[in-house]
Design a protein around this ligand. Structure first.
Ligand SMILES: [Zn+2]
Length: 222
């Protein structure tokens, strides 16, 4: 007899046990999938941050009653292509968001607003330029043409998913022109993320950073 090491089911032939798949075995087979690694990281961080318990193993995770909740969140992070996944994981835990709400749109929106507000200027520029370069590669265009040529729906998507920082949009002419081209209705949507009055105040107190961002963007021809 052959016994499944995960669920202890017994089989007469080696061939049947090889093709046998049970839920515990499936969890181990998918251990190294990206969603599973993110989920395990979230699970570990949860115990570290809320209960000061370190050293959780994958075995603990696979047997946890919260396994499915965490893996659903791991898939969600990949589906929405979350900015800085590890920061997002810490954000939901530190803000005591209930696990069943981790995948809700409003939680990610709050995270993005906070991230944009707190992020340093150089990090924001770096991240936004990387996005423009990816856009350039995808559309076979020079990335410096980003604000002039990106489609409006895509620009709105990038803004509302936090992939384009206000640091960049507000500190170059082509970014300002893109904003001017939006309809009132579109502006209502994106202003929740761009928070113009917050950024106007912030730029006034951070003049050196503003000069730095403008210089970088100018050099890049954006
Ligand atoms: Zn089994």
């Amino acid at each position: 007899m052959f016994e499944c090491q995960y669920c202890e089911a017994k089989f007469k032939s080696e061939r049947t046990i090889m093709i046998h798949v049970c839920e515990p075995k499936r969890r181990y087979m998918n251990k190294d999938e990206k969603y599973s690694r993110l989920a395990f990281h979230a699970y570990s961080r949860f115990y570290e941050l809320t209960q000061a318990v370190g050293g959780r193993t994958f075995d603990d995770f696979a047997k946890s009653k919260f396994y499915l909740g965490f893996t659903k969140f791991g898939m969600h992070i990949i589906n929405i292509n979350a900015v800085n996944p590890e920061d997002f994981i810490d954000f939901v835990i530190r803000n005591s968001v209930k696990l069943d709400r981790w995948c809700s749109d409003s939680v990610y929106e709050t995270y993005i607003q906070e991230l944009n507000r707190k992020e340093s200027a150089d990090r924001a520029v770096e991240r936004s330029i990387l996005l423009m370069q990816k856009w350039g590669a995808d559309y076979d265009r020079p990335f410096s043409r980003f604000f002039k040529e990106v489609s409006k729906p895509l620009a709105i998507h990038y803004i509302t998913s936090g992939r384009l920082s206000p640091w960049v949009i507000f500190n170059c002419d082509s970014g300002a022109e893109l904003i001017d081209s939006f309809s009132d209705q579109e502006l209502t949507i994106i202003n929740e993320y761009l928070e113009p009055s917050f950024w106007t105040r912030k730029f006034e107190t951070r003049r050196e950073d503003v000069q730095f961002v403008k210089m970088i963007l100018k050099k890049a021809g954006i």
